[in-house]
Design a protein around this ligand. Structure first.
Ligand SMILES: N[C@@H](CCC(=O)N[C@@H](CS)C(=O)NCC(=O)O)C(=O)O
Length: 208
């Protein structure tokens, strides 16, 4: 046990970057072990002891306990730091959860998965399930509508909902999605990238 947060992640993965951005935004010291998901490192016996789901991100907290699932990790870290990233008002907090669950069910499985097939596995559009484009566009349209009312997804400041959602939205074009169709979403991406001090150019241009 290092006494410091330890993140196991693939730096091309939005789910993993959520955790890094939160740690950096909150000034939490951390170590990072790079895990190459394409090399099967998440399936080794050693890694499966850390996260039986065989997925990154996974963390060992400063107190030695393990945690996985990107959104569970970022909520925990924001709570630990008593940060405004997690609203104290119960309704607002529930709205944050609404977005976090929605991200994992209706957004990431379409936008991140299509991107993975296109940018990582180099599949042609014809080889990719057409449902992914349709579902991803529906998700982007829902965000576009939500962002008519405000600058952030919940309330008037950055929350973990924005962090979770920006991870794959900002690189949706790598999955073939045209973000020009969603001007509110584009402005929100720039705002969240500025708040989190994320370089607007993705690390590799091809992340999972
Ligand atoms: N719901 C999980 C999804 C994690 C996930 O899909 N991780 C991918 C990388 S983005 C992974 O580890 N893939 C490797 C594998 O499944 O073997 C989360 O939010 O943490």
């Amino acid at each position: 046990m290092s006494g410091k947060l330890h993140i196991y992640g693939d730096s091309r993965s939005g789910n993993c970057l959520k955790v890094r951005w939160i740690a950096e935004h909150l000034g939490l010291p951390y170590d990072w072990t790079e895990i190459d998901i394409l090399a099967g490192t998440t399936r080794t016996e050693e890694f499966l002891k850390l996260n039986p789901s065989g997925q990154v991100p996974a963390v060992i907290l400063a107190d030695g306990r393990a945690l996985s699932q990107s959104n569970a990790i970022i909520v925990y870290l924001a709570g630990l730091a008593d940060s405004s990233l997690l609203p104290t008002d119960l309704y607002e907090r529930a709205k944050v959860n609404e977005w976090l669950f929605w991200e994992q069910y209706s957004h990431e499985p379409a936008i991140a998965v299509r991107r993975f097939h296109k940018a990582f596995l180099k599949k042609t559009d014809n080889e990719i399930d057409p449902q992914l484009m349709a579902k991803g566009r529906r998700a982007l349209s829902q965000m576009e509508l939500a962002l008519v009312a405000g600058e952030y997804l919940v309330g008037e400041t950055l929350t973990v909902a924005d962090v979770a959602l920006v991870a794959y939205t900002r690189v949706a074009h790598e999955g073939g999605f045209d973000l020009d169709e969603f001007p509110n979403v584009r402005r929100w991406i720039a705002r969240v990238e500025r708040d989190l001090v994320i370089d607007a150019t993705p690390e590799t241009g091809e992340a999972a």
